[in-house]
Ligand binder design. Structure first.
Ligand code: KG4
Ligand code: ZN
Length: 333
């Protein structure tokens, strides 16, 4: 067998990214251009602005990814691209670019699910070992997934309202912290004490999550304090909120690990950067003798290398897309 070089494109949200990965595991390049500074002044991602920025950047970033990998399009085995879920206008920019290359070079086109990508970020660190449980926590997703083998995803639970990262960002806004607020709350939480009572939506009969009640409780607590003229420490609120989120995430993940009797847990998505979540999971995994893998930060947040890694497994299973591939904003895993 020769080497398989997958070129992947990821434009589902506010990162324009192109990567080249060899045999699903070795990153030759992974260029990520974040639009965060553009969206920051609006306090969140503006879909129309995101699409336009992807259009402006995609060709340059494609060139950059090939140059860094020291390859040309003639060396590429297949093109992988995120086709959902995400912002439809943003997805379409990456899909159009991927189709053009696949058509011109007569190589396979592979539509990849964004969450599959987040999960396969772990494969770039260490080959996935099955069966496993994946906890995917990002600005757009909160999913607990069970995998028996490659590309076999069974969703055990997901959020019924806000995603974990979304809850962080919304609470951060209430605490007057800059967007995206997750890292700021994480930092403040270390300096505070979790002394403010906040609810935990555990829903014992389900693996689903719900964070909107917690968010509302933070808003109400801040509001009441303001009315009474008392002051609530930002640090204590951050610590209390973080403890509530982490407790629920860890509790459900551990329940899934026990029920499915798995020995491998992988963490994925931007919220995997959270120190509270990391140390808590590390602690309980050690107790249960479960191996925990957490990708480095650059692979936790949106990037094309993770799409290339997932794309590699679609490729070797000949799960190719046709050139009429379309973006699907609410694509199911
Ligand atoms: O995976 P990602 O880059 O984009 C999506 O696909 O959504 O995740 C971004 C999310 C944001 O909501 C951000 O606030 C959150 O991840 N985040 C964090 C931390 N770092 C990033 N949340 C909590 N603690 C952190 N340290
Ligand atoms: Zn993502």
């Amino acid at each position: 067998f020769g080497m398989t070089y997958i070129l992947a494109i990821e434009t589902s949200c506010d990162e324009t990214s192109v990567a080249v990965v060899k045999d699903g595991q070795t990153i030759l390049s992974n260029i990520v251009s974040s639009q965060i500074d553009v969206h920051k002044r609006f306090g969140g991602v503006v879909p129309e602005v995101a699409s336009r920025k992807h259009v402006e950047g995609i060709n340059f970033i494609l060139d950059e990814a090939l140059r860094e990998a020291n390859l040309t399009l003639d060396d590429i085995s297949a093109i992988a691209v995120t086709y959902g879920p995400g912002l439809i206008g943003a997805l379409l920019v990456g899909i159009a670019a991927a189709k053009a290359i696949a058509f011109a070079k007569e190589i396979p086109l592979i539509g990849v699910h964004h969450i599959a990508g987040h999960i396969y970020a772990n494969h770039l660190v260490k080959p996935l070992q099955f069966p496993l449980i994946a906890l995917v926590v990002s600005g757009g997703h909160t999913e607990l997934v069970y995998m028996k083998d490659h590309l076999q995803f069974e969703i055990l639970g997901q959020t019924r309202d806000d995603a974990a990262g979304e809850a962080y960002d919304k609470v951060a806004r209430v605490l007057k912290l800059p967007y995206p607020g997750g890292p700021h709350i994480d930092r403040l939480a270390k300096e505070g004490k979790p002394v403010i009572p906040l609810p935990r939506a555990l829903m014992d009969d389900s693996y689903d999550f719900s964070f909107s009640g917690l968010k509302s409780a933070v808003i109400n607590t801040m509001h009441h304090a303001e009315q009474k003229g008392t002051k609530i420490s930002q640090e204590d609120m951050a610590a209390s909120f973080q403890e509530a989120v982490v407790e629920v995430l860890v509790e459900k993940t551990m329940r899934a690990i026990k029920e499915k009797q798995v020995k491998h847990l992988i963490l994925a998505g931007g919220v995997a950067a959270n120190q509270g979540l990391r140390s808590n999971l590390q602690h309980v995994c050690k107790q249960l003798d479960v191996e925990l893998t957490i990708p480095p930060l650059a692979l936790c947040t949106d990037n094309a290398a993770m799409i290339a890694s997932a794309g590699y497994f679609y490729h070797i299973k000949r799960k190719w897309s046709t050139l009429d591939l379309n973006g699907v904003a609410g694509l199911a895993l």
